[in-house]
Design a protein around this ligand. Structure first.
Ligand SMILES: Nc1ncnc2c1ncn2[C@@H]1O[C@H](COP(=O)(O)OP(=O)(O)OP(=O)(O)O)[C@@H](O)[C@H]1O
Length: 313
């Protein structure tokens, strides 16, 4: 897996304290579940998502990963409330969009078009009685109302080819496809409008390991081709080390460490990161060599391909 974009971690910082290549800038974001005993699920989180990078979000169950992901896309529902902070999206046109300031209508336009999301159960969100073609075309009808029918059909076919399902499945209904294929269709849908950012929350967890690997390889390849940024959430730290450029480690609602995948692996600074790494025996001891096969972080060791890494796929 060779990653083309180069995320140089000697980031070019702006006077405002951010990375000038950021596509999303989150500052001091807090999300609270306003229940009888309020839960501050996300606490003063700040980070930049850099254009074209895969940012892994790691941390144990309940640390706030999903809450953070949903809040970024404004998909959080009551009792969750964004209690403070800001989220800025830097559009490819050059405009900065204040995500927390968007009204519902603008949000609907924004989602899928600029930022899309694929989550674990996404494949079950496909409508069982509508063909794949119609479901893909519906997204285009909603977001590109002036697009001609022939162009819609071509794009729907192209995107299915891209994710490895193939345009010959356009007429299929969801139940005619395997779980892996349906999840690929959801990824196709997420790619359809060529968003700048994709948030993936455990997108392959429900699938068997071989299919997971294939899909992950596709995601990295598509990222190389289309240069979108990804926030990738999973419990599987070894997997994150393999595919991410950088990794943010969350603990009790806070990001306690954010660094290149290589440094998270080689020189973890926070005790919790060390504990997390230690809980995966395959990452420590004799087999503890770095298993990534070519992530793009510019720390002098990118694109190193090891036999062990090949085996891991
Ligand atoms: N609807 C809710 N009401 C109250 N508390 C909630 C609600 N949803 C989540 N929480 C709490 O918010 C915290 C963060 O949950 P969240 O689902 O974001 O964690 P996570 O890291 O994504 O976990 P997992 O990996 O298991 O999905 C947890 O303490 C959880 O119990």
């Amino acid at each position: 897996m060779t990653i083309a974009t180069s995320i140089d971690d000697t980031a070019v910082t702006r006077a405002s304290g951010g990375d000038e290549r950021a596509v999303i800038r989150v500052r001091d974001l807090s999300v609270t579940y306003e229940v009888e005993h309020p839960v501050r699920a996300v606490r003063d989180v700040s980070f930049d998502l850099i254009q074209g990078e895969i940012l892994g979000l790691a941390g144990e169950s309940g640390c706030g990963k999903t809450t953070l992901a949903y809040a970024i896309n404004r998909l959080h529902k009551p009792p969750a409330v964004i209690s403070s902070g800001s989220i800025t999206f830097h559009d490819r046109s050059g405009t900065d969009i204040d995500l927390l300031g968007l009204d519902e209508r603008s949000l609907e336009q924004f989602r899928w078009d600029k930022l899309s999301m694929v989550f674990q159960g996404a494949m079950n969100a496909l409508n069982p009685v509508i063909s794949i073609r119609a479901q893909l075309e519906d997204v285009l009808i909603a977001h590109r109302p002036r697009m001609r029918r022939a162009e819609r059909r071509r794009l729907a076919g192209d995107v299915l080819d891209r994710v490895g399902v193939g345009r010959d499945r356009l007429a299929s209904f969801p139940h005619e496809l395997s779980g892996g294929m349906r999840q690929r269709v959801m990824i196709a849908m997420a790619l359809l409008l060529e968003p700048q950012v994709m948030i993936m929350d455990e997108p392959t967890t429900a699938l068997d390991v071989v299919v997971q690997r294939e899909i992950l390889r596709e995601i990295v390849r598509l990222r190389d081709e289309l240069d979108f940024a990804v926030i990738f959430i999973t419990h599987d730290l070894p997997l994150l080390l393999e595919i991410s450029d950088r990794i943010a480690v969350m603990l009790d609602g806070e990001i306690v460490e954010l660094d290149t995948a290589r440094r998270i692996h080689d020189e973890p600074r926070h005790p919790y990161t060390r504990k997390l790494l230690g809980s995966f025996p395959s990452l420590t001891g004799d087999r503890g060599s770095f298993i990534r096969t070519g992530a793009a972080i510019d720390d002098g060791a990118s694109a190193a391909s090891t036999d062990e890494g090949q085996d891991a796929r």
